[in-house]
Design a protein around this ligand. Structure first.
Ligand code: COA
Length: 173
């Protein structure tokens, strides 16, 4: 049977994280190495790596925000600095990214990472909602979020460089 490990990311994971990032997103919307390193440096607990048989094949990253009803596109800008918005006293978990290497998709690992991150964050922080932004084109991701009780809040037309719509989804706990 395969060995599954979910652990916090460290700076030494950066090469593999960038590989997963390039396997997961078109080059125009990939985030920078420095952004991932900042996330790991400032909020390692909110950044998980999934290993299957000791091979890192997926990651999920997050931030904690103050809750707000006033959601705008600027909150979700790619490559934004976690240190400018993240606060451990906030009540909203923001899933900034998730990716699984292509050959490992469709086996429940994306869902597993989302559930595990949520569980760990809820256990430790006063989280009462989870928010994220997904492209209208990312069917597998939308499927996971809907299955986990996320609801569409609003749409941001032309959010992504290829002109696709961003869908903001939130789940109240
Ligand atoms: C989104 C992603 C992380 C999901 O990881 P995964 O390990 O494949 O996810 P799971 O196996 O847990 O679940 C995928 C679900 O999507 C469904 N799915 C897969 N492809 C689909 C498609 N094209 N259309 C609709 N549903 C789809 C699967 O059937 C499964 O649902 P089910 O459990 O009800 O059968 C992975 O697809 C990925 O890395 N995609 C590229 C990056 C991305 O889109 N990230 C999201 C950023 S918001």
């Amino acid at each position: 049977m395969e060995k599954r490990t979910i652990r916090n990311a460290g700076p030494g994971d950066i090469e593999q994280i960038m590989l997963i990032e390039s396997s997961s997103f078109h080059e125009t919307i990939r985030e920078n190495r420095s952004v991932f390193l900042e996330r790991i440096a400032f909020f390692r607990e909110g950044f998980l790596v999934l290993e299957i048989d000791d091979h890192a094949c997926g990651y999920i990253s997050s931030e904690i925000w103050d809750y707000s009803e006033d959601i705008t596109a600027t909150s979700f800008i790619l490559n934004h600095k976690l240190s400018e918005i993240h606060t451990t006293t906030g009540s909203e978990l923001y899933i900034s990214s998730i990716g699984i290497l292509e050959e490992y998709r469709g086996k429940g690992y994306g869902n597993l990472l989302l559930s595990e991150l949520s569980r760990r964050m809820i256990e430790k922080y006063a989280i009462s909602s989870i928010i994220l932004l997904v492209s209208a084109n990312w069917s597998a991701a939308r499927r996971i979020y809907e299955k986990n009780g996320f609801e569409e809040m609003c749409r941001i037309p032309g959010f992504f460089d290829n002109g696709s719509e961003g869908i903001v989804m939130r789940k109240h706990l």
